[in-house]
Ligand binder design. Structure first.
Ligand code: NCD
Length: 305
């Protein structure tokens, strides 16, 4: 795997071996092996959409390895507000930094940015499409829990239509022979293009409306927030808001050993009574954002091999 100079736009661009190699590299970074390698490097963070974990963990990753950060967290204070095109913003910022991390509401924005930038662009979420670095940190967390990624029974629950995290994660885990259970309201099912690909690759999946319909226990339940901001029709959002609440009382149905994950932020889909059970690993998952993003920043800048 040689990621030096490469953009990270979609998990679809990564073969299985490279995904595994990035996960292993993040675990290696966690041991402290590559401390300080980003010294002298500058990261630009361009966030056209709200973020807590993704932006702060990229910034934390850069700073803790000796690098520096410039950027904006609110597009209203950038020249996008004056009508500047995304391409022109990227053409400019590319001259100020060694790597760009960008979140945008439009699907495909990261691809476009990667085509006009002279430095690597890392997609921190483009609309409902992809969130590849979240997937890498999810996989790092799964590998820590299970020792490997192969053949797990994985449930994905909530907004499977608009949730970019599950689109990326499903693609990655399908390469590792996961058996999927998709749990969503009928209006928020996994997109057809995803289901078609799972069928074409012989990947096992079921679709249900509720965890009570699951016939088997799970290794992982990946819970997602209903993506309120992506609904064209607010009444449609209100019909599905609050559809799921996973708490201690869900464990019997899910299997006592299930690991519950969530990209966060949660709204009301995970009850706080789950937080101090050994099943809840979502905060540990969020913390893996630092070593995972350190590894990715090091790999694309060529300071980690
Ligand atoms: C997710 C996102 O932005 O897609 N958040 C994150 O990066 N951890 C999930 C969400 O907003 O629901």
């Amino acid at each position: 795997m040689d990621l030096k100079g490469r953009s990270i736009v979609s998990i679809r661009d990564f073969p299985k071996e490279d995904i595994q190699a990035v996960v292993n590299k993040a675990l290696e970074v966690k041991t402290g092996k590559w401390a300080g390698v980003l010294e002298g490097k500058v990261l630009a963070t361009l966030f056209f959409e709200p973020s807590t974990r993704t932006r702060l963990s990229f910034e934390g990753a850069m700073v803790s390895m000796g690098g520096r950060v410039i950027g904006f967290a609110d597009p209203d204070i950038s020249s996008a507000k004056k009508g500047e095109s995304l391409a022109d913003t990227i053409r400019t910022v590319t001259g100020y930094c060694d790597v760009i991390v960008m979140r945008h509401n439009i699907e495909g924005a990261a691809r476009l940015a990667s085509q006009v930038a002279d430095v690597p662009v890392i997609n921190a979420g483009d609309g409902a499409n992809q969130h590849p670095t979240q997937t890498f940190l999810d996989l790092v967390t799964i590998q820590e829990e299970f020792g490997q990624l192969q053949g797990l029974k994985v449930g994905m629950l909530g907004d499977l239509k608009y949730g970019r995290t599950v689109h990326s994660l499903c693609r990655a885990l399908s390469l590792f022979n996961s058996k999927f259970s998709f749990i969503s309201p009928p209006s928020l099912r996994m997109p057809d293009y995803t289901l078609e690909r799972l069928k074409a690759t012989g990947t096992s999946f079921v679709e249900v409306g509720d965890i009570n319909e699951l016939k088997d226990s799970l290794d992982v339940l990946y819970v997602t927030r209903i993506q309120k901001e992506r609904f064209a029709d607010f009444q449609e959002y209100e019909r599905v808001a609050g559809a799921y609440r996973i708490g201690r009382d869900s464990l019997e149905q899910l299997g006592e050993k299930v690991r519950v994950m969530h990209p966060l932020p949660r709204v009301d889909e995970i009850v706080e009574d789950l937080d101090d059970t050994p099943n809840a690993i979502y905060f540990r998952q969020a913390h893996n954002g630092i070593p995972t993003r350190q590894a990715l920043l090091g790999l694309v800048t060529g300071t980690i091999q």
